[in-house]
Design a protein around this ligand. Sequence first.
Ligand SMILES: Cc1cc2nc3c(=O)[nH]c(=O)nc-3n(C[C@H](O)[C@H](O)[C@H](O)COP(=O)(O)OP(=O)(O)OC[C@H]3O[C@@H](n4cnc5c(N)ncnc54)[C@H](O)[C@@H]3O)c2cc1C
Length: 444
Amino acid sequence: MKIIIIGGVAAGMSAAAKAKRIHADAEIVVYEMTEEVSFGACGLPYFVGNFFENPNQMIARTKEQFADSGIIVHTKHQVMALHPQSKTIRVKSLKTGLEFGDQYDKIMIATGASAVIPPFDNKDLVNIFTLKSMQDGVALKEKVMKPEYKQVVVIGGGYIGMEVVEAMLHVGKEVRLFQADSRVLPETFDEEITDIMTDEILRKGVLLHTKERVQGFVGEIEVEGVITDQGQYPADLVVIATGVRPNTGFLTDTGITMLENGALVINGHGETSLPDVYAAGDCATVYHLVKKQEVYIPLATTANKLGRIVGENLVGLNSHFPGTLGSACIKVLDLEAGRTGLSEKEAKELGLSYNTILIRDKNQTHYYPGQVDIHVKLIYDAETKVILGGQIVGEQGAVLRVDVLAAAIYNKLTTEELGMLDLCYSPPFSRTWDVLNIAGNVAE
Ligand SMILES: Cc1cc2nc3c(=O)[nH]c(=O)nc-3n(C[C@H](O)[C@H](O)[C@H](O)COP(=O)(O)OP(=O)(O)OC[C@H]3O[C@@H](n4cnc5c(N)ncnc54)[C@H](O)[C@@H]3O)c2cc1C
């Protein structure tokens, strides 16, 4: 049995490791375009912001460690084409430029996604970056650590853009953030929550431009400024964080089923529409437990879990991923925020009959040092009161409470049940009625 895996990060290496553990005799070959495997891009903003120094700390397991377990890893090798009828692929060595063929019994596409760069004028000037690969991070940090580069422009107020804002403030830069939408993180958090995040970044001195579109850059060799539909602003460094697109262009001739954005449609077993071709991670869809449909939510959490499921199925098991809740979290300077299930925007788009509540309460008792505000929003079915989604923001204790909400939504708990859920209490952590209990009770 020969298994080929294309892409050697979260989804691909989770699958490779799992398959090898179950079936030691399986021949597993990984092709990865870059120098590294098992690289955790989630650490990049914190590396660039100098929260830690050694980029190798973002590598979970090296190529050599995988080789020791019997997995054959070819780095600097790009898969150029898949031929499902003959079960072969075309591979190019990026070291020698030579192309060759390889054959599989089963194959997994785990090629992830790439940063989207809009068609800005002069986008090839020096000191304009995206943040996706290890090389991106190392190149950006080299510039960031130079004090002469003071003014940083971040384009895009999604997760990565917001994390880059924090990184740049951490190393003492002046930060300007452009967001074409009317608010930051519009796809994931509702307005009441993003308003609190916006207050936080404004308070920390970020120059925020919402409803303003970047059109291009000025400069001779290095970038010197940014031009928008409303003006021109100085910039020494620019980070573009305007979203990602699945790396599936090399599959368009195969007839494989994709969403409009190029994400490979898979089922709960990780199977694509082609026989013996599996996929997982940022290049693929995932089933949403509340929406009850395939969605595109590129996150490391799902890539790891579905990667493992695919690894099991590649060697003959019949494992199934139940689905995502779109649970995700972010640190916005002194705030932490998380969300799970549906946002109100999503509930509205689905035409659901729902109610919401938003409460502001405290994270813990008043007499123990560290009491701060915590805001909880619940979205729940208007009739049955089953919780559909939740978002929490605060200085402390917000994100792990979102995990409680994720378990509640997974188990279809009602607001009433949340109100009486037996949650922990001790003065440094909560109050006798935890903020989640209170939210559940308010939402009657
Ligand atoms: C800055 C940043 C911060 C993030 N923070 C978080 C976070 O806090 N939480 C979270 O859940 N997620 C986060 N993510 C998302 C997370 O990194 C991804 O969801 C995860 O890496 C997806 O893993 P993957 O294996 O599907 O794809 P990738 O990690 O994209 O890996 C795919 C690999 O395939 C290789 N490849 C592509 N095409 C080919 C080809 N044709 N031939 C050979 N190799 C190929 C690529 O070189 C790449 O190494 C973050 C991402 C970024 C960029």
